[in-house]
Design a protein around this ligand. Structure first.
Ligand SMILES: Nc1nc(=O)c2c([nH]1)NC[C@@H]1CN(c3ccc(C(=O)N[C@@H](CCC(=O)O)C(=O)O)cc3)C=[N+]21
Length: 282
Protein backbone atom coordinates (compact mmCIF):
# COMPACT_ATOMS: atom_id res chain seq x y z
CA UNK A 1 0.00 0.00 0.00
CA UNK A 2 1.48 3.34 -1.04
CA UNK A 3 2.23 5.82 1.71
CA UNK A 4 -0.38 8.57 1.55
CA UNK A 5 0.92 12.03 0.68
CA UNK A 6 -1.56 13.94 2.83
CA UNK A 7 -2.51 17.33 1.33
CA UNK A 8 -4.26 18.44 4.49
CA UNK A 9 -1.04 17.86 6.50
CA UNK A 10 0.96 19.90 3.96
CA UNK A 11 -1.65 22.69 3.95
CA UNK A 12 -1.69 22.81 7.76
CA UNK A 13 2.12 23.07 8.03
CA UNK A 14 2.20 25.83 5.39
CA UNK A 15 -0.76 27.62 7.03
CA UNK A 16 1.09 27.88 10.38
CA UNK A 17 4.07 29.52 8.64
CA UNK A 18 1.80 31.97 6.77
CA UNK A 19 -0.11 32.97 9.92
CA UNK A 20 3.17 34.19 11.48
CA UNK A 21 3.95 36.26 8.38
CA UNK A 22 0.46 37.82 8.33
CA UNK A 23 0.67 38.66 12.05
CA UNK A 24 3.93 40.52 11.35
CA UNK A 25 2.31 42.48 8.50
CA UNK A 26 -0.81 43.28 10.55
CA UNK A 27 1.40 44.62 13.35
CA UNK A 28 2.62 47.15 10.77
CA UNK A 29 -0.96 48.01 9.87
CA UNK A 30 -0.86 46.08 6.58
CA UNK A 31 -3.72 43.62 5.92
CA UNK A 32 -2.96 41.30 2.95
CA UNK A 33 -6.05 41.35 0.76
CA UNK A 34 -7.18 39.00 -2.02
CA UNK A 35 -9.90 39.73 -4.54
CA UNK A 36 -11.49 36.72 -6.23
CA UNK A 37 -13.42 37.53 -9.38
CA UNK A 38 -16.01 35.05 -10.70
CA UNK A 39 -18.19 35.53 -13.78
CA UNK A 40 -21.26 33.26 -13.70
CA UNK A 41 -21.59 30.45 -11.15
CA UNK A 42 -19.70 27.27 -12.11
CA UNK A 43 -19.87 24.63 -9.36
CA UNK A 44 -16.14 23.77 -9.37
CA UNK A 45 -15.23 27.47 -9.08
CA UNK A 46 -17.76 27.97 -6.28
CA UNK A 47 -16.29 24.98 -4.39
CA UNK A 48 -12.80 26.38 -4.71
CA UNK A 49 -13.86 29.89 -3.69
CA UNK A 50 -15.50 28.49 -0.54
CA UNK A 51 -12.25 26.72 0.40
CA UNK A 52 -10.12 29.77 -0.42
CA UNK A 53 -12.28 32.19 1.62
CA UNK A 54 -12.13 29.82 4.60
CA UNK A 55 -8.38 29.31 4.30
CA UNK A 56 -7.68 33.04 3.96
CA UNK A 57 -9.84 33.71 7.02
CA UNK A 58 -7.87 31.16 9.08
CA UNK A 59 -4.59 32.84 8.06
CA UNK A 60 -5.78 36.44 8.55
CA UNK A 61 -5.93 37.45 4.90
CA UNK A 62 -8.86 39.66 3.85
CA UNK A 63 -10.69 37.92 0.98
CA UNK A 64 -13.37 39.68 -1.10
CA UNK A 65 -15.39 37.90 -3.82
CA UNK A 66 -16.63 39.91 -6.81
CA UNK A 67 -19.54 37.98 -8.40
CA UNK A 68 -20.29 39.15 -11.93
CA UNK A 69 -23.24 38.13 -14.14
CA UNK A 70 -22.65 35.34 -16.69
CA UNK A 71 -23.57 37.71 -19.57
CA UNK A 72 -21.15 40.50 -18.60
CA UNK A 73 -19.45 42.05 -21.65
CA UNK A 74 -15.71 41.82 -22.19
CA UNK A 75 -15.30 45.60 -21.84
CA UNK A 76 -17.27 45.70 -18.57
CA UNK A 77 -15.08 42.84 -17.28
CA UNK A 78 -11.89 44.69 -18.23
CA UNK A 79 -13.17 47.78 -16.41
CA UNK A 80 -13.63 45.73 -13.21
CA UNK A 81 -10.07 44.35 -13.49
CA UNK A 82 -8.60 47.82 -14.13
CA UNK A 83 -10.42 49.18 -11.04
CA UNK A 84 -9.00 46.37 -8.89
CA UNK A 85 -5.51 46.84 -10.39
CA UNK A 86 -5.66 50.47 -9.22
CA UNK A 87 -7.11 49.70 -5.77
CA UNK A 88 -4.14 49.98 -3.34
CA UNK A 89 -6.05 47.96 -0.71
CA UNK A 90 -6.09 44.90 -3.00
CA UNK A 91 -2.76 43.00 -3.18
CA UNK A 92 -3.78 39.87 -5.11
CA UNK A 93 -6.42 39.17 -7.77
CA UNK A 94 -7.58 35.71 -8.85
CA UNK A 95 -9.91 35.43 -11.84
CA UNK A 96 -11.80 32.13 -11.75
CA UNK A 97 -11.49 30.18 -15.01
CA UNK A 98 -12.87 29.25 -17.41
CA UNK A 99 -14.51 32.59 -18.26
CA UNK A 100 -17.77 32.68 -20.28
CA UNK A 101 -17.23 32.56 -24.05
CA UNK A 102 -17.96 36.26 -24.69
CA UNK A 103 -14.92 37.16 -22.57
CA UNK A 104 -11.76 36.07 -24.38
CA UNK A 105 -9.05 34.82 -21.98
CA UNK A 106 -6.48 35.59 -24.69
CA UNK A 107 -7.47 39.25 -24.54
CA UNK A 108 -8.19 39.86 -20.86
CA UNK A 109 -5.16 37.92 -19.52
CA UNK A 110 -3.01 40.95 -20.44
CA UNK A 111 -5.26 43.27 -18.37
CA UNK A 112 -4.54 41.93 -14.87
CA UNK A 113 -1.63 43.66 -13.16
CA UNK A 114 1.28 41.12 -13.14
CA UNK A 115 2.14 42.26 -9.59
CA UNK A 116 -1.35 41.18 -8.39
CA UNK A 117 -1.72 38.14 -10.67
CA UNK A 118 -1.39 35.54 -7.87
CA UNK A 119 -2.64 32.62 -10.00
CA UNK A 120 -0.48 33.29 -13.09
CA UNK A 121 -2.96 34.41 -15.72
CA UNK A 122 -0.84 37.21 -17.28
CA UNK A 123 1.75 35.96 -19.84
CA UNK A 124 4.43 37.99 -18.05
CA UNK A 125 4.09 35.58 -15.10
CA UNK A 126 3.84 32.58 -17.45
CA UNK A 127 7.14 33.60 -19.07
CA UNK A 128 8.79 33.84 -15.63
CA UNK A 129 7.72 30.25 -14.93
CA UNK A 130 9.17 29.21 -18.31
CA UNK A 131 12.51 30.88 -17.63
CA UNK A 132 12.61 29.96 -13.92
CA UNK A 133 12.87 33.66 -13.09
CA UNK A 134 11.98 34.62 -9.47
CA UNK A 135 9.56 37.42 -8.53
CA UNK A 136 6.53 36.18 -10.45
CA UNK A 137 3.68 33.79 -9.61
CA UNK A 138 3.23 30.26 -10.92
CA UNK A 139 -0.32 28.84 -11.07
CA UNK A 140 -1.42 27.62 -7.63
CA UNK A 141 -2.15 24.01 -8.55
CA UNK A 142 1.33 23.15 -9.91
CA UNK A 143 2.80 25.13 -6.98
CA UNK A 144 0.75 22.88 -4.65
CA UNK A 145 2.38 19.81 -6.26
CA UNK A 146 5.83 21.29 -5.52
CA UNK A 147 4.80 22.05 -1.91
CA UNK A 148 3.82 18.39 -1.43
CA UNK A 149 7.12 17.11 -2.91
CA UNK A 150 9.15 19.51 -0.70
CA UNK A 151 7.12 18.70 2.44
CA UNK A 152 7.79 14.97 2.05
CA UNK A 153 11.44 15.42 1.03
CA UNK A 154 10.90 14.02 -2.49
CA UNK A 155 13.75 15.57 -4.50
CA UNK A 156 12.98 15.54 -8.27
CA UNK A 157 16.70 15.98 -9.15
CA UNK A 158 17.57 13.47 -11.88
CA UNK A 159 14.32 11.57 -11.38
CA UNK A 160 12.43 10.20 -14.42
CA UNK A 161 9.30 12.33 -14.10
CA UNK A 162 6.26 11.82 -16.36
CA UNK A 163 3.45 14.36 -16.54
CA UNK A 164 0.22 13.24 -18.20
CA UNK A 165 -1.44 16.38 -19.58
CA UNK A 166 -0.11 19.56 -21.16
CA UNK A 167 -2.56 22.26 -20.05
CA UNK A 168 -1.43 25.86 -19.57
CA UNK A 169 -2.78 25.74 -15.99
CA UNK A 170 -1.04 22.56 -14.80
CA UNK A 171 0.99 20.36 -17.18
CA UNK A 172 3.20 22.91 -18.89
CA UNK A 173 4.01 25.19 -15.92
CA UNK A 174 4.56 22.13 -13.70
CA UNK A 175 7.04 20.69 -16.22
CA UNK A 176 9.04 23.94 -16.05
CA UNK A 177 8.94 24.01 -12.23
CA UNK A 178 10.19 20.41 -12.04
CA UNK A 179 12.83 21.14 -14.71
CA UNK A 180 14.06 24.01 -12.52
CA UNK A 181 14.67 21.34 -9.83
CA UNK A 182 16.55 19.22 -12.39
CA UNK A 183 14.01 16.46 -12.96
CA UNK A 184 14.16 14.51 -16.25
CA UNK A 185 10.79 15.32 -17.76
CA UNK A 186 8.45 13.55 -20.17
CA UNK A 187 5.13 15.18 -21.04
CA UNK A 188 2.46 12.79 -22.31
CA UNK A 189 -0.77 13.87 -23.99
CA UNK A 190 -3.60 12.64 -26.20
CA UNK A 191 -1.22 12.09 -29.14
CA UNK A 192 1.28 10.02 -27.13
CA UNK A 193 1.81 6.53 -28.61
CA UNK A 194 1.69 3.71 -25.99
CA UNK A 195 0.99 5.84 -22.94
CA UNK A 196 1.42 2.90 -20.51
CA UNK A 197 4.99 2.34 -21.73
CA UNK A 198 5.84 5.97 -20.97
CA UNK A 199 4.09 6.20 -17.59
CA UNK A 200 5.51 2.85 -16.40
CA UNK A 201 9.02 4.31 -16.61
CA UNK A 202 8.20 7.15 -14.20
CA UNK A 203 9.81 7.37 -10.77
CA UNK A 204 7.46 10.35 -10.26
CA UNK A 205 4.16 10.13 -12.14
CA UNK A 206 1.89 13.16 -12.25
CA UNK A 207 -1.66 12.80 -13.59
CA UNK A 208 -3.09 16.10 -14.84
CA UNK A 209 -5.13 15.04 -17.86
CA UNK A 210 -8.62 15.75 -16.55
CA UNK A 211 -9.75 12.17 -17.30
CA UNK A 212 -11.44 10.32 -14.45
CA UNK A 213 -9.47 7.29 -13.16
CA UNK A 214 -7.49 6.95 -16.40
CA UNK A 215 -4.24 5.84 -14.68
CA UNK A 216 -4.50 2.08 -13.99
CA UNK A 217 -2.07 -0.21 -12.12
CA UNK A 218 -0.44 -1.51 -15.34
CA UNK A 219 0.62 2.11 -16.05
CA UNK A 220 2.57 2.59 -12.80
CA UNK A 221 6.09 1.44 -11.89
CA UNK A 222 6.31 -0.48 -8.59
CA UNK A 223 7.20 1.97 -5.83
CA UNK A 224 6.64 5.12 -7.92
CA UNK A 225 5.53 8.46 -6.43
CA UNK A 226 2.06 9.13 -7.86
CA UNK A 227 0.66 12.68 -7.74
CA UNK A 228 -2.99 13.04 -8.79
CA UNK A 229 -3.97 16.56 -9.86
CA UNK A 230 -7.33 15.47 -11.25
CA UNK A 231 -10.60 16.95 -10.00
CA UNK A 232 -13.44 14.83 -11.40
CA UNK A 233 -16.84 13.71 -10.12
CA UNK A 234 -17.99 10.07 -10.52
CA UNK A 235 -21.52 8.87 -11.33
CA UNK A 236 -22.47 9.35 -7.64
CA UNK A 237 -21.15 12.94 -7.61
CA UNK A 238 -18.11 11.91 -5.50
CA UNK A 239 -14.89 13.81 -6.16
CA UNK A 240 -12.13 11.58 -7.55
CA UNK A 241 -8.92 12.01 -9.50
CA UNK A 242 -7.29 11.01 -12.78
CA UNK A 243 -5.77 8.00 -10.97
CA UNK A 244 -7.73 4.84 -10.17
CA UNK A 245 -6.66 5.13 -6.52
CA UNK A 246 -7.92 1.70 -5.33
CA UNK A 247 -6.10 -0.10 -8.18
CA UNK A 248 -2.89 1.95 -8.12
CA UNK A 249 -2.18 2.64 -4.44
CA UNK A 250 -1.02 -0.94 -3.58
CA UNK A 251 1.74 -0.66 -6.23
CA UNK A 252 2.67 2.99 -5.65
CA UNK A 253 5.44 3.91 -3.21
CA UNK A 254 3.65 7.15 -2.29
CA UNK A 255 0.37 8.55 -3.59
CA UNK A 256 -1.89 11.60 -3.17
CA UNK A 257 -5.61 10.99 -2.64
CA UNK A 258 -8.44 13.01 -4.21
CA UNK A 259 -9.88 14.81 -2.31
CA UNK A 260 -7.34 15.49 0.37
CA UNK A 261 -4.32 15.70 -1.91
CA UNK A 262 -3.17 18.43 -4.27
CA UNK A 263 -6.54 20.23 -4.20
CA UNK A 264 -6.38 20.61 -0.43
CA UNK A 265 -3.08 22.49 -0.74
CA UNK A 266 -4.05 24.77 -3.66
CA UNK A 267 -5.93 27.38 -1.64
CA UNK A 268 -3.11 27.62 0.92
CA UNK A 269 -0.62 28.24 -1.88
CA UNK A 270 -2.96 30.99 -3.12
CA UNK A 271 -2.74 32.56 0.35
CA UNK A 272 1.08 32.30 0.19
CA UNK A 273 1.09 34.17 -3.14
CA UNK A 274 -1.14 36.93 -1.74
CA UNK A 275 1.31 37.49 1.14
CA UNK A 276 4.25 37.58 -1.30
CA UNK A 277 2.36 40.10 -3.49
CA UNK A 278 1.49 42.18 -0.42
CA UNK A 279 5.13 42.31 0.67
CA UNK A 280 6.25 43.33 -2.84
CA UNK A 281 3.68 46.16 -2.87
CA UNK A 282 4.26 47.41 0.69
N1 LIG B 1 -7.93 30.70 -11.92
C1 LIG B 1 -8.34 29.52 -11.43
N2 LIG B 1 -7.51 28.83 -10.61
C2 LIG B 1 -7.91 27.63 -10.06
O1 LIG B 1 -7.14 27.02 -9.30
C3 LIG B 1 -9.20 27.13 -10.38
C4 LIG B 1 -10.02 27.88 -11.25
N3 LIG B 1 -9.57 29.05 -11.76
N4 LIG B 1 -11.25 27.44 -11.59
C5 LIG B 1 -11.83 26.29 -10.95
C6 LIG B 1 -10.78 25.30 -10.59
C7 LIG B 1 -11.25 24.25 -9.64
N5 LIG B 1 -10.30 24.30 -8.56
C8 LIG B 1 -10.45 23.51 -7.42
C9 LIG B 1 -9.39 23.25 -6.57
C10 LIG B 1 -9.60 22.48 -5.40
C11 LIG B 1 -10.88 22.00 -5.11
C12 LIG B 1 -11.12 21.19 -3.89
O2 LIG B 1 -12.27 20.94 -3.54
N6 LIG B 1 -10.06 20.79 -3.19
C13 LIG B 1 -10.05 19.98 -1.98
C14 LIG B 1 -11.36 19.69 -1.35
C15 LIG B 1 -11.77 20.85 -0.51
C16 LIG B 1 -10.65 21.32 0.38
O3 LIG B 1 -10.17 20.47 1.19
O4 LIG B 1 -10.26 22.50 0.23
C17 LIG B 1 -9.41 18.64 -2.25
O5 LIG B 1 -9.19 18.33 -3.45
O6 LIG B 1 -9.11 17.98 -1.25
C18 LIG B 1 -11.94 22.25 -5.96
C19 LIG B 1 -11.73 23.00 -7.12
C20 LIG B 1 -9.40 25.31 -8.75
N7 LIG B 1 -9.69 25.96 -9.86
Amino acid sequence: MGNILNGKEVAEALKQKLKVEVDELRKKGVVPTLSIVIVGDRADSAAYIKGAVKRCGEIGIECNVTELPQDLSQNEFIEVIHRQNADKKIHGIMIMRPLPSQISEDVVKYEISPAKDVDCFNPINVSKVMSGEEGGFAPCTPSAVMEILHHYGIDPKGKKTVIVGRSMVVGRPLAMMLLKENATITICHTRTINLAEETSRAEILIAAAGKIKMIKKDMVKEGAVVIDVGINFDENGRMCGDVDFDEVSPAAGMITPVPGGVGAVTSTVLAKHVIEACKMQS
